[in-house]
Design a protein around this ligand. Structure first.
Ligand SMILES: *Cc1c(COP(=O)(O)O)cnc(C)c1O
Length: 377
């Protein structure tokens, strides 16, 4: 339950998801809808075409929605797009890259991992060399924004390197899709997994994959999972517009409303601009207090910011978290393995005034806890 009465007092989720959503998005869920009803079928068609349009990926690609959290779409993508005899080169600089490698292991797809430090982007030249070295590598898998640290990975350059070697690219675009420019005409990719519940500001419960039509068409009877078979899911949708199994109707309705809001705001350019402003206010405000971001500014995506844990012996993350939460600001623990950190997100239905409110709350808590050394060393 939200204890905060008005929208200016609402609880703000400065997290990588679930996120703060707009009232209109939540209100779209107040009606029950039949999954085989014409309205709901039209809604499903709308979210499929709108997500493709965001990536300028029609008619080259198709959108296949899938029930579950974002990881379900990543697993469906790997299982459906990579044949049993294929081999995936996984680029990992955080937990989500490592998760793709773990999925390959679990579903029995051969893979090789190129791991870089969590503050370092994968190098397209290294990818090119690996592909030249091993003709058995059929696919490359990369994370666009690695939410573990908030680092922006160079998907465009990697896509060019992969295409030049005639291999197929699979992208975990989850935390960037809808806010960072991404054009299927410039960035060749076989499939991209994303979710309504990140930069598109929907609610959690479903995800989707944009898959190259021809590559998906060749993927019949390939997925090792029945429920996570994107080919079957696609064929069912193409046949009668309906989902194969019970769809999360309320989540789809919220996504439909969130996509309409995304278009009204001005699409990717406007959404990205708002997040960049949010991020700048957050980073400048936290720096002014004495906190130090984990990433160099040029590698920071405007999605989520990792800060070093303050060196002050009086700092305790649990107490810091609780005191911020009492002020309606929810932050997130760190996830990088190479440093002690915590994270604050810039995405969701958050505006500059919300970010200023968050920084003010941090200043109050720092004062209350008597913290002085806010940098890492
Ligand atoms: C959020 C996210 C996911 C999906 O995580 P779920 O918890 O399964 O929704 C996958 N990849 C990235 C990069 C993410 O940020």
């Amino acid at each position: 339950m939200n204890r905060y009465a008005s929208d200016s007092e609402r609880e703000l989720l400065l997290t990588p998801g679930p996120l703060t959503t707009a009232r209109a998005t939540r209100e779209a869920m107040l009606r029950d809808r039949g999954s085989r009803d014409g309205d709901f079928i039209a809604m499903t068609a709308r979210i499929r075409s709108r997500t493709l349009a965001i990536a300028n990926a029609s008619p080259s690609h198709v959108c296949v929605p899938i029930q579950g959290s974002g990881t379900f779409a990543v697993e469906a993508m790997l299982g459906t797009m990579v044949p049993a005899g294929g081999k995936v080169l996984v680029l990992a600089n955080g937990a989500y890259g490592r998760r793709m490698a773990a999925i390959c292991g679990r579903i029995g797809r051969a893979h090789q991992v190129i791991e870089t430090d969590e503050d370092t982007a994968p190098d397209p030249a290294t990818v090119d060399a690996a592909l030249a070295d091993d003709p058995g590598l059929s696919h490359v898998a990369v994370v666009h924004c690695e939410t573990t640290s908030g680092i922006l990975n160079p998907v465009e350059e990697i896509a060019q390197a992969v295409a030049a070697r005639g291999r197929a690219l699979l992208i975990d675009g989850m935390s960037a899709f809808g806010a960072l420019p991404f054009d299927a005409v410039d960035v060749p990719f076989a499939a991209l997994a994303a979710s309504p519940n990140k930069c598109l500001e929907g609610v959690p419960g479903m995800a989707f994959v944009l898959a190259e039509r021809d590559a998906l068409d060749a993927a019949r009877d390939r997925a090792p999972s029945l429920a996570l078979d994107l080919y079957d899911q696609w064929q069912a949708l193409e046949a009668n517009g309906q989902w194969r199994f019970t769809p999360p109707t309320h989540v789809v309705a919220a996504f439909d409303a969130a996509l309409a809001a995304h278009a009204r705001e001005g699409g990717v350019a406007a959404r990205g601009a708002r997040y960049r402003e949010n991020c700048a206010i957050l980073v400048e405000g936290m720096r002014a207090l004495g906190f130090v971001p984990y990433l160099p500014a040029r590698r920071q995506a405007p999605i989520i910011v990792t800060f070093h844990r303050p060196a002050d012996p009086g700092f305790d993350f649990g107490a810091f978290y609780d005191r911020l939460k009492a002020r309606g600001i929810v932050i997130y623990p760190g996830k990088v393995t190479q440093a002690e950190t915590f994270r604050m997100g810039c995405i969701g239905d958050l505006r500059p005034e919300d970010m200023r409110r968050a920084v003010r709350a941090v200043a109050e808590v720092v004062d209350e806890m008597g913290l002085e050394r806010l940098g890492p060393g």
